[in-house]
Design a protein around this ligand. Structure first.
Ligand code: C5P
Length: 223
């Protein structure tokens, strides 16, 4: 199989990360979590006193943090200025601030360039997951998938993931998800959007194994 590029986009809680990692592992491909990169730059802003809702200040600082993404699907890593940031980027504070930071064009152009370089250097091909991969980052991807699921399914999956970390109830999770998706879909620069040539997969009634099987088949057909 030649170096195949797979773009997997969709809102939060659709199973993007689990699916993307499992597909990459099953097919011997690299893996890139672009949400982790936006979370990493957001964590840097918060840690360095840059207010996430001050677009000018965020734009001015956008080039400063050094972000390194590991692309092994079995053990993805993210480091900021040489420090492992895998834990802190999942905090409530980062999750609440990431949509404001990721809407800033200077942040997007910097992270997009990083993503394209990583995809170009992936030896055997890569699965890249995010919001704008099929539309903006890798418009020539060999396969574009857009994952969806009902708001209830997404909120209950997210609550399951957060169990033991945050006492978040289902309705609060649902509200937060809807708010973040609205911000991600409504921003001016590369909003969350299905590419015209993406295959839409509704995961509401599917198990992770079924979604993975479906995507693996699509990758085999596209390669
Ligand atoms: O995927 P995850 O929920 O970790 O993404 C966190 C945030 O990063 C999203 O809510 C969105 O604001 C931003 N993001 C983005 N473009 C991407 C991936 C993530 O704007 N390609």
């Amino acid at each position: 199989m030649s170096a195949v590029i797979v773009a997997i986009d969709g809102p939060s809680g659709t199973g993007k990360s689990s699916t993307s990692k499992a597909v990459a592992e099953a097919m011997g491909l690299s893996y890139l979590d672009t949400g982790a990169q936006y979370r990493a730059i957001t964590w840097w802003m918060l840690s360095n006193g840059v207010p996430a809702d001050d677009a000018e200040a965020v734009a001015a600082a956008a080039a400063k943090p050094v972000i390194d993404s590991g692309t092994d699907p079995a053990a993805p890593t993210i480091a900021v200025d040489g420090t492992d940031a895998s834990g802190p980027i999942r905090s409530k504070e980062v999750t609440a601030a990431v949509s404001s930071v990721s809407a800033v064009p200077e942040v997007r152009s910097r992270i997009t360039a990083l993503q394209r370089a990583i995809a170009a250097e992936a030896p055997g091909g890569i699965v890249v997951e995010g919001r704008d991969i099929g539309t903006t980052v890798l418009p020539d991807a060999d396969l574009k998938i857009f994952l969806t699921a009902s708001p209830e399914a997404r909120a209950s999956r997210r609550s399951g993931e957060l169990k033991g970390k945050d006492a978040t109830d289902l309705s609060a999770t649902r509200e937060a998800l809807i708010k973040r998706d609205a911000a991600d879909s409504g921003r001016k620069t590369s909003p969350l959007k299905k590419a015209d040539d993406a295959v839409e997969v509704d995961t509401t009634e599917l198990t992770l194994e079924q979604v993975v099987e479906c995507v693996v088949t699509l990758v085999e057909q596209a390669a």
